[in-house]
Design a protein around this ligand. Structure first.
Ligand SMILES: Nc1ncnc2c1ncn2[C@@H]1O[C@H](COP(=O)(O)OP(=O)(O)OP(=O)(O)O)[C@@H](O)[C@H]1O
Ligand SMILES: [Mg+2]
Length: 217
């Protein structure tokens, strides 16, 4: 089990957003989370990603009880174990594709040469090595998203979390990004939890989780 979330509750003020969510995910699984706008999907993903803490409940990732880590250990853990892919790529505009991909490794203290070697390998695996020196504005949406997948993979995380990763892509680029997730699962046994409104992605994932009003059903 790569992830075990148990009885997760989260409120903002007196508004209950997550009302006792249980979720277990096996290594190598591709799980999609679907549900109406406002159901709490992104809130849940933030908590699983340790970007936010639950008010109540247990969260175990890769056998570590993350609730018990202090902020410094938590950010180290997050950088090493969790990769993020967002709807809008969130690449840093001042940096090239290769530099963006290397940032998680730099934060982790990996020497520049080593990080760049792995960064180039990842860009090549994702078919965007020719864009290594391009800044984000000089890449297409599909290319930007592939670079952000490379960045998510940089530290070889246990778990990749994606929030509407293809929400900003045309159907062809979306299908090719989804294909990439399955290739990465097959070759690296990478685990994905993907919030999506894309019905095709939900259909082809190993498991689809439906959220409504702060609960999974
Ligand atoms: N930081 C916050 N402070 C207050 N309320 C919040 C905060 N973050 C989210 N919410 C509220 O929590 C509810 C769930 O939000 P969330 O972003 O998890 O929904 P979602 O399922 O991801 O929706 P969408 O499909 O539109 O992205 C919403 O009603 C939202 O307004
Ligand atoms: Mg959302």
């Amino acid at each position: 089990m790569i992830l075990s979330a148990n009885n997760i509750h989260k409120s903002y003020g007196n508004l209950a957003i997550l009302k006792g969510v249980d979720l277990e995910v096996e290594r190598g699984e591709i799980v999609s989370i679907v549900g109406a706008s406002g159901a709490g999907k992104s809130t849940l993903l933030h908590i699983i990603g340790t970007l936010d803490r639950p008010d109540q409940g247990h969260l175990i990732i890769n056998d570590v009880d993350v609730n018990h880590l202090n902020e410094r250990k938590l950010s180290l853990f997050r950088n090493q174990h969790i990769g993020f892919i967002f709807q809008f790529h969130h690449l840093l505009p001042e940096f090239t594709a290769l530099e963006n991909v290397c940032i998680p490794a730099f934060i982790n203290g990996v020497p520049k040469k080593e990080a760049e070697k792995r960064g180039m390998e990842l860009l090549e695996r994702l078919g965007v090595q020719a864009r290594a020196d391009h800044k984000p504005t000089a890449m297409s949406g599909g290319e930007q998203q592939r670079v952000s997948v490379a960045r998510a993979l940089m530290n070889n995380p246990s778990l990749i979390l994606a929030d509407e990763p293809s929400g900003n892509l045309d159907s062809e680029n979306a299908a090719s990004l989804h294909q990439l997730f399955f290739e990465l699962r097959d070759s690296l046994n990478q685990t994905f939890i993907i919030v999506t409104h894309n019905e095709e992605l939900a259909r082809i994932s190993d498991r689809t989780i439906h959220m409504r009003d702060g609960k999974i059903f």
